[in-house]
Ligand binder design. Structure first.
Ligand SMILES: [Zn+2]
Length: 492
């Protein structure tokens, strides 16, 4: 028996003006063929696939197709889409006859003229393998699931958690569904409902008993534990996609029981729809948030700058919070991060200990924020390279390139050359800083950062600022989304 595995991963943000290209994928770490199996056996969904398949008594041969990942950013170019699709097709053809395909997808990859990249990729793969070969794909729960995706896959298996702490486990669940279809002879029947709603990420915390998402996660897990159910998932979608099929989705796949799949799917859809208003977050103004952080004497205050969340595909160079932090004297470090390769180059040229007057930020997205000119000291130069586990990852190698720490009093700006997890404690540690000893820290993440900070921060505030990934997205201009759509439109 031969099973092919592969990955295509990027969360696109169509408001980020910086387009995603083939180079962004190559920079993050493309693998092809045998290398996928050799190098990813303990990482993310691919690791979950590989470790599960190795435990099958049938000892299937695991055939690596490709690993195609890029950090969340702007719309991919059309050429990038064609390249991604063709790499997977080429590798699948090279693989020869396979019995099943396991694909780890994000589900919110958008390319120029191709708003449903994953749907098109699944269709292209299906054309090669035919209907006889089983095709199971995993998805982030921020996926924008389309009828095309549902039609082309035998089953779609979604993350159950946000922060995404079950990435590896989703790989295991995907492999288990493939096994039930391929070995046990299950007949997958999927019930799928698209809902005309999109919710902010802040309160969609499946790990917080106070969140509506917590109860929904428990229910999904209960459903999956029922023997006839192959998988149950709920995709609350990534909101910053100006595309025609934007919307949340629910799907349940059962073994041959159409009625059961339909009734569970309806139950989930109704619960989500009824409680949609519970997802609206409490946002604090910039000024109040920073004032409150300054007034909090003990412990660490984390300010979530979700509008510039690099995990949501924002460019990571907004200056709104930096500007506000600079108005105060901080007793301990005030930490903020920024993507600015040109500033890193200049800091490196001058060296540690030197002074530097430079504009910071507001370049990669100059519509939502403007540069702040600072005179800073170069406190450290380092490579932002580490292995990340927790939200989004298990053993995922991250390389944000040459980086610098600039100090303006106690405001320390961690400047990286490339975007990445601009919330991760490991990023600060790579910079030689203990994030938990700071007075205040800006996390460019709407919800995922909580996996690392919720237990240790004395206070967490979600800040309202302009940006490419705002929590109040319905106040921004969208041109292509379907209407009516809540919360743009009030629906009964
Ligand atoms: Zn996600």
């Amino acid at each position: 028996m031969r099973i092919a595995i592969g990955q295509l991963w990027q969360e696109t943000n169509t408001f980020n003006p910086r387009e995603t290209t083939r180079a962004d994928f190559e920079e993050f770490g493309v693998l092809r063929g045998r290398n996928v199996v050799d190098k990813m056996a303990d990482t993310n969904e691919l690791g979950g696939f590989i470790q599960s398949l190795r435990q099958w008594p049938e000892s299937p041969e695991i055939v690596g197709l490709a690993r195609l990942p890029a950090w969340p950013s702007g719309t991919a170019t059309c050429d990038t889409f064609l390249w991604l699709r063709d790499v997977l097709i080429e590798e699948l053809r090279r693989a020869g006859e396979v019995d099943g395909v396991l694909l780890a997808l994000h589900g919110a990859l958008v390319a120029d003229q191709h708003p449903d990249v994953e749907g098109e990729v699944l269709r292209a793969l299906r054309d090669v393998i035919g209907r006889e070969t089983t095709l199971v794909a995993t998805l982030d729960l921020h996926a924008n699931i389309t009828p095309l995706m549902v039609e082309q896959a035998d089953a779609l298996v979604l993350y159950h958690t946000a922060p995404h702490v079950d990435v590896f486990e989703t790989g295991i669940r995907g492999a288990a569904v493939l096994r039930r279809i391929l070995i046990d002879g299950a007949h997958p029947v999927t019930s799928f409902r698209k809902l005309p709603m999109v919710v902010p990420a802040e309160r969609a915390n499946t790990q917080d008993p106070a969140s509506v998402s917590h109860a929904l996660r428990l229910r999904l897990q209960e459903m999956e534990a029922q023997p006839p159910v192959l998988t149950a998932g709920l995709a609350t979608v990534q909101p910053w996609l100006d595309i025609p099929e934007l919307g949340s989705a629910v799907l349940v796949t059962s073994d041959g029981d159409e009625h059961l799949a339909r009734s569970l799917c309806d139950e989930l859809a109704d619960s989500l729809w009824e409680r949609r208003r519970d997802y609206l977050p409490e946002l604090v103004s910039l000024e109040s948030a920073v004032r409150e952080a300054h007034a909090t004497r003990d412990g660490l205050v984390v300010l979530s700058d979700s509008a510039d969340a690099t995990t949501s595909g924002a460019p990571g160079d907004s200056t709104w919070l930096l500007r506000e932090l600079l108005k105060y004297d901080w007793p301990r470090r005030a930490l903020v991060t920024l993507v600015a390769p040109e500033v890193v180059t200049e800091a490196k040229r001058r060296g540690v200990g030197s002074a530097l007057t430079t504009p910071l930020g507001g370049v990669r997205d100059h519509r939502n924020s403007t540069p702040v000119t600072v005179t800073a000291r170069v406190l450290n130069l380092f490579d932002a390279r580490f292995v990340m586990s927790g939200h989004l990852s298990k053993n995922m190698a991250i390389d944000m390139g040459p980086s610098a720490v600039l100090g303006i009093g106690n405001v320390h700006v961690v400047v990286t050359s490339r975007s990445g997890p601009h919330f991760a404690p490991d990023l600060f540690r790579a910079a030689g800083i203990d994030p938990f000893a700071a007075s205040v820290l800006v996390a460019k993440s709407p919800c995922g950062f909580r996996a690392a900070y919720a237990d240790r921060a004395s206070k967490i505030l979600v800040v309202k600022a302009p940006g490419c990934a705002p929590s109040d997205f319905w106040n921004y201009p969208y041109r292509n989304i379907p209407r009516p759509l809540w919360p743009w439109d009030e629906l009964p």
